[in-house]
Write a protein that binds this ligand. Sequence first.
Ligand code: FDA
Length: 531
Amino acid sequence: MARAPRILHLLLALCFLSSSSVVVASASGAADAFVGCLAAAGVPPRLLQTPASPSYDALLRSSVRNLRYVAPGIPRPLAIVAATEPAHAQAAVSCGRRHGVLVRARSGGHDYEGLSYASLDPRERFAVLDLAAFREVRVDAARAEAWAGSGATLGEVYYAVGAASRALAFPAGVCPTVGVGGHLSGGGFGTLMRRYGLAADNVLDAVLVDADGRLLNRTTMGEDLFWAIRGGGGESFGVVLSWKLRLVPVPETVTVFTVRRSRNQSATELITKWQEIAPALPRDLILRVVVQSRHAQFEALFLGRCSRLLDHMRAHFPDLGVSRADCEELSWIQSTVYFAFYSSSKPVELLLDRIGETGRYVKAKSDYVQDPIPRHAWESTWSWLEKPEAGLLILDPYGGRMASISPSATPFPHRKGNLYNLQYYSFWFENGMAALEKRMSWVRGLYREMEPYVSKNPRTGYVNYRDLDLGTNELEGNVTSYAKARIWGEKYFRGNFERLAAVKAMVDPDDFFRNEQSIPPLPAAKGWSSI
Ligand code: FDA
């Protein structure tokens, strides 16, 4: 499977189709035993869908964000368990273990490589544990805390926090339909990260179903497992049902702006300068850039009023030419609508729309930039961005709070020495191989071209921007190979990878929770000193 991403996933799945009739026969036996076990454990039949059920397909697709992974030939789950209570999730894990059915947890379904609902291995028997019903958000404004179910979307969390207080916020990603479960599992950054760090940095407790089907909280799971689930990537350690969040103070009025500069309005020079300016700005200010076609779009959130924001811009980045007319003063909750929909006049209730935009095919990759990319390299990037099949680049500056947290405080290691995260994002709507190949080659080609200018040894990436091109797991016996997984693992987690594997060996030595990029158990011989 290691080279699977290089030959298109679809082709791979189709290659295996000839042997799949045998697999289907035994898989249906496993499905029956699994479903029978769940029924015996008290999971109501209406919450169990198999491919024979009329609403299986609709449920499978209900939160899919990447059509590449529901294409014909892609292996599908032998059952979907739409759990509504912790006991259902516990039963899914226990029955899965008993009957050899792996369980893939799905919260918001946004995984870029579809790992919450699709497997690339046609021989794998797996079920999806859908957590969409675990979406309650309870805010305690007096204590500045909240509990959020994994199946809640970021929009639902933001809405609940905003409804409870104008002076509180939660620091997480920009897209409101992203699920809490996967997002917090991989870190989670957005417009408040320079002031407050990652979403995962603001998790105080969690409720998790472990590989033995037990329900654990922070005290009963222990600090090693609690460390691992806050950034070590989804799926590997158990199923997190809910998270206790630290809410953070924000002023009642914040300021946003978006200014767009085209190539012939010095966009190249501005991006080149931005690279050193943005990570060094005061931590109350984030200035990100989206580069697309012939434009660079500079988007800012400032935790304060326009007049002070303009002072900062004049002092640090006068060339961008931001003026009072560009500013919009609003509440933090309105700012989340602004960044999601590029309009502050839209109702905040839009944050509650769990569906948003679907029907896309997606491929993304990411890099960390440690030294400014030279102007000439940006100049040649336009030739990529102006191609008809081009996607876009998203540049998220770090620094501020991000740089003041130890790289080993959580599994997310990209704290120090990185100017910004660079995301390559391509999406398209056309079905078929021609479109697929063109778009995938665009992303991969530009990524290749950027190699001289980004982090090295290893070339790192962000686990929540899942990219199977970095490597996929291989089994040794019935356990994921640690040696093979290191190839992709150290790119996401650097030195924290070994500790993640040590935690995995401790909590899931049989490797029940696994997917194409799950953390493998650390082989016993290697040991780990601090566990
Ligand atoms: P999904 O349900 O697909 O799960 C992702 C992974 O986590 C899977 O492996 C899954 O099995 C596992 N998992 C899910 N729920 C789990 C649970 N409860 N317990 C254990 N494992 C679980 N990121 C970012 O940092 N900032 C941003 O601004 C954005 N913006 C953004 C926009 C769009 C349109 C997309 C598609 C993605 C992003 N992301 C992002 C990336 C996003 O953070 C990442 O894809 C998350 O993993 C998505 O979480 P979901 O729960 O939606 O995914």
